[in-house]
Ligand binder design. Sequence first.
Ligand SMILES: [Zn+2]
Length: 127
Amino acid sequence: MKIEFKKVSYKSSDLNYSKDNLKFEGSFHKTDYKTVKVSGSFKGSVPHVCDRCAKDFDLDFNEKIELKIVDGISEERDEDFFETIECIDSTIDFDEIIESEIESFKSDYHYCKECKEKEKENKNGST
Ligand SMILES: [Zn+2]
């Protein structure tokens, strides 16, 4: 879903997204004329390749996110704990934002079940 920055309401609107086994449920609203806040949570799983044995598996993805979309260039302040996304062309592309959240989650190391078990065994065995 794409929306023009200026058309985002100060009232909260629903934001839903789903792809394969993954769902995102959340909402967004404007907090001032150049800031939009998005919050919600992922539920489900994403297909992933194990970073240890290269096997395909379903990676559980249940996480809350909160982020801030700024129209133009953000003037980052230290007390901001929200992830900030700069909106360059005054149009917010929610699909792209959500997909990049999924990608950044997947870019961490994730092991399949068997490899997780093996990791545990190795740790226990090495002491
Ligand atoms: Zn594995």
